[in-house]
Design a protein around this ligand. Structure first.
Ligand SMILES: Cc1cc2nc3c(=O)[nH]c(=O)nc-3n(C[C@H](O)[C@H](O)[C@H](O)COP(=O)(O)OP(=O)(O)OC[C@H]3O[C@@H](n4cnc5c(N)ncnc54)[C@H](O)[C@@H]3O)c2cc1C
Ligand SMILES: NC(=O)c1ccc[n+]([C@@H]2O[C@H](COP(=O)([O-])OP(=O)(O)OC[C@H]3O[C@@H](n4cnc5c(N)ncnc54)[C@H](OP(=O)(O)O)[C@@H]3O)[C@@H](O)[C@H]2O)c1
Length: 276
């Protein structure tokens, strides 16, 4: 029955489309030796809220689906779906997924879920997207969603990576937004981008937690410190980052909410595990 052939070797095998959940890769871009993004066809029936994630993957050697959670990086209006991925050298999925090429097929379970959705927050004036590494993926979706700019007067995207090259996907995305025919006008003057590095010199340095607690980011952007009345936040990074940044947000008086109980901030893990 399962004629979708397993990906056994590099480069990725080209499976035959037989499973209902197979989607075709349309473009692939390698950003660094450990980061890449790709786009796939979108199932006609797939509806999702910007910020949600789905399960995607390939068949393993035994012909069984090998699936992992992935944030959809494209906005809900996009005809295709975009993903931004790590390459874990010995990772069961990404050691193979990193070799996909246009025309290949991946499995995509069309059941989007997640906490990083605009509905999970009380109305506010300013929304903060706080991400490390591939944690920018859900915000790549939300930054391209008109609803974000309809709901908030200001959108602050803080993204921190070890090196400059690791920021490049986010930087190009933000730069491209200004000229976007669909939301360029909405974004102008509203989106404040604050990229930093921690292990390579760049224009702005430091961990998100440190730049919030020291007040540097507020001073640099010319905005008041966070408060419960005006500020809302969404967090996506490693477990250690999420724990530390939650404490910082709580120190400003913000409380963690959920779909079922909207409050001032929400959190999602960018991945499970402490390190590669
Ligand atoms: C809700 C959710 C959303 C996710 N969205 C994305 C996404 O948009 N893009 C993405 O690349 N990954 C994402 N992940 C992680 C993803 O599910 C896989 O873990 C990743 O693709 C690696 O798969 P793997 O089988 O190669 O290795 P795994 O066995 O899954 O992971 C091996 C180890 O690699 C490290 N690792 C895994 N993923 C990452 C990462 N993204 N950044 C840094 N280190 C990592 C961890 O230490 C992990 O223990 C998400 C995870 C969750 C829970
Ligand atoms: N990035 C690489 O070049 C590289 C290469 C090979 C392997 N790896 C491995 O891959 C795994 C994931 O690496 P990654 O770089 O994607 O993610 P990461 O280690 O989580 O770091 C991403 C960014 O988050 C910051 N950060 C980490 N913990 C934080 C915390 N508790 N509070 C605030 N900021 C925090 C880091 O700052 P600091 O720099 O100050 O920690 C870094 O700028 C790691 O185990 C690493 O050893 C990474």
């Amino acid at each position: 029955m399962d004629d979708l052939k397993p990906v056994t070797d590099t480069p990725a095998a080209k499976p035959v489309r037989t499973l209902p959940d197979a989607q075709t890769v349309t473009t692939v871009h390698h950003w660094t030796d450990r980061l890449f993004s790709f786009r796939v066809t979108r199932p006609q029936s797939l509806r999702f809220r910007s910020g949600e994630f789905v399960m995607i993957g390939l068949l393993d050697e035994k012909g069984k689906p090998l699936l992992r959670a992935y944030s959809i990086a494209s906005p809900s209006w996009d005809e295709e779906l975009e993903f931004y991925s790590i390459k874990v050298p010995d990772g069961p999925l990404t050691s193979k997924l990193q070799h996909i090429e246009p025309g290949d097929e991946i499995i995509l379970r069309p059941k989007p879920v997640g906490t990083l959705v605009l509905d999970a927050l009380l109305p506010g004036k300013r929304i903060w997207f706080l991400a490390t590494g591939t944690g920018i993926a859900p915000f790549a979706s939300l930054m391209r969603d008109p609803e974000t700019y309809e709901k908030y007067e200001q959108v602050v995207m803080m993204h921190t990576c070890r090196t400059v090259a690791e920021l490049e996907y986010g930087r190009q995305l933000v730069e491209g937004l200004q000229d976007d025919p669909l939301i360029g006008e909405m974004v102008a003057g509203k989106l404040l981008y604050y990229p930093t590095t921690t292990r390579e010199d760049s224009l702005r340095m430091g961990r998100i937690t440190d730049n919030l607690t020291s007040g540097k980011v507020f001073a640099d952007l010319g905005i008041p410190p966070m408060d419960k009345q005006h500020d809302r936040a969404m967090v996506c990074g490693s477990l250690a980052f999420n724990i530390d940044v939650k404490a910082v947000l709580e120190s400003f008086g913000l409380r963690e909410g959920a779909n079922s109980e909207p409050l001032e901030y929400v959190v999602e893990k960018a991945f499970v595990g402490d390190g590669i």
